[in-house]
Write a new protein. Structure first.
Length: 135
């Protein structure tokens, strides 16, 4: 399998930028994406991508066809997968899960053991935390 992205040289913020090695989804070969702490943060499979100035760090993972973009942050042990979108200034952290066709945007935060999935929309200044499931 040809890798879909490689990591840039370490940036001044201690993270690496992702660089597309081939076309996939709506990403073109050579496109410079967002930031990751390690190659384990973004799957080499599916169309998952980190774009813009988004950060994915810690033990968090983005996989499937999920997309993290804008100035969004995914960190801790959080997971974003399926066809989920996290963008704007949104933050997903702790042990939170965002999956299915869920969308988290604006300045929204999803954290703790929260799960946002299905067709759920979390946006604006909303906070979803604890052991909550939103679908």
């Amino acid at each position: 399998m040809k890798k879909k992205y490689k990591l840039s040289a370490k940036q001044s913020n201690g993270l690496y930028r992702v660089i597309a090695m081939k076309d996939f989804g709506n990403v073109k070969k050579g496109e410079i994406g967002g930031y990751v702490k390690t190659g384990k943060n973004l799957s080499q499979y599916g169309d998952a991508w980190v774009a813009g100035d988004a950060w994915v760090s810690g033990k968090s993972q983005v996989s499937g066809n999920a997309r993290v973009s804008g100035n969004a942050w995914v960190f801790g042990d959080a997971r974003v997968y399926g066809d989920a979108l996290v963008f704007g200034g949104a933050q997903v952290f702790g042990d939170a899960r965002v999956f299915g066709s869920a969308l988290v945007s604006g300045n929204a935060q999803v954290h703790g053991n929260a799960q946002v999935h299905g067709n759920a929309r979390v946006y604006g200044d909303a906070r979803v935390s604890g052991d909550v499931q939103t679908k």
